[in-house]
Design a binder for this molecule. Structure first.
Ligand code: PMV
Length: 351
């Protein structure tokens, strides 16, 4: 390989889980299967430039720029990940690496960016591997390898490698499913869930009091640990059936149950586990009331934070938008919400 600098770029989306991954074993393996919707607009774009180093230095050499500013925190996290990958990607130590990354969702919205950023990073690494080894992977193998590497950076990132509805974790009814990587959830016929939309209501943009790594760790000694695994497995079996059968009622019921269960687990984990805010609860109440009075098919889910995702269908967009503007935006910090929808997965950038 010549001494020239090569640049590779990927744009990868965030995702929102309906069945939550909560609790992990060694090497970022999940305690239970999860299922998510890949988003369209909330993305990270990462460019990786690499140039052969002078021989001798066997340490990882990298710089990380986020929105044009060098970020020591990101450098530290990326260095740790790359060090852990050295056995299977030994070439990483042979190059000067420069990452330049940007999120397109507004800054400080409290929206976790680890899924989009780790999946974009993983795709850059797999593309780099192809270039330096000259070994072109088959399409499925490329994304599967990307999913494994993304998982090592952040579990939920493993699902952002694919568009549509995606699962991660070994699930009895899904062939090829694995704890090591995510799998696109394919089902025969047309599902309405494939045209689903998501409005993210920003209740607070402050950094969470409990990081997801801490939350996963708290599950190890959690009094409801075994019960949670049984619940997640049962919810997964029901929701996958419901998606196959276009059974909206069950999808909504299970998704809301998962969101509240995640927070119930958090609240019973430790003293700082209360991440819901009064306005989160106001929004939930308003959504339930609006669903009852309008008869529309919509439901909510919540990540490990106070912000609410309002999931609805494309054909109800106008009514939902006026509901959000009139009733929900007053509960949002600075009236902020993000208008997103189901997306088709990562794209490679031309540099
Ligand atoms: O990927 P992590 O380690 O940030 O964990 C994410 C956990 C949840 O977002 C709460 C649920 C999920 O499955 O995305």
């Amino acid at each position: 390989m010549s001494e020239e600098t090569i640049t590779i770029g990927w744009r990868a989306p965030s995702n929102i889980a309906l069945i939550k991954y909560w609790g992990k074993r060694a090497n970022q393996l999940p305690e239970n299967g999860s299922l998510s919707i890949t988003l369209d607009k909330s993305t990270t774009t990462t460019y990786l430039s690499f140039q052969k180093k002078k021989a001798g230095d066997q340490n990882i050499s990298l710089r990380y720029f986020f929105h044009g500013v060098q970020q020591s925190q990101f450098e530290k996290k990326t260095r740790e990940l790359l060090n852990s990958l050295l056995t299977e990607m030994p070439f990483l130590a042979d190059y000067e690496l420069v990452f330049k990354s940007e999120n397109n969702f507004p800054h400080s919205t409290g929206i976790a960016s680890s899924a989009s950023s780790m999946s974009a990073l993983a795709l850059c690494l797999v593309s780099m591997e192809e270039k330096v080894t000259g070994n072109q992977l088959k399409h499925e193998d490329f994304y599967q390898r990307g999913s494994i590497i993304a998982r090592l950076g952040s579990g939920s990132a493993s699902r952002s490698l694919y568009g549509g509805i995606v699962t991660w974790g070994t699930i009895p009814s899904i062939d090829q499913s694995s704890d090591d990587y995510a799998t696109p959830f394919l089902f025969p016929g047309e599902s309405r869930l494939n045209r689903v939309m998501d409005i993210i209501l920003i209740v607070s943009s402050k950094e969470k009091a409990v990081s997801s790594s801490k939350g996963h760790a708290l599950m190890k000694a959690h009094p409801y640990r075994e019960g949670r695994k049984d619940q997640a497995n049962a919810n997964m079996a029901e929701i996958t059936n419901a998606i196959r059968n276009n059974d909206y009622q069950t999808i909504a019921l299970i998704s809301e149950n998962e969101a509240l269960s995640l927070h119930a687990l958090l609240m019973t984990s430790g003293p700082e586990g209360l991440l819901l805010k009064p306005d989160t609860l106001h929004i939930i109440e308003e959504i339930k009331l609006f669903r009852e009075t309008s008869g529309l098919d919509l439901f909510y889910t919540i990540d490990a934070g106070p912000n609410v995702h309002l999931i609805y269908y494309e054909d109800q967009r106008e009514q939902v938008l006026s509901f959000v503007r009139q009733t929900l935006s007053p509960y949002c910090e600075g009236g902020q919400w993000i208008d997103d929808k189901i997306g088709s997965g990562p794209i490679q950038m031309t540099s």
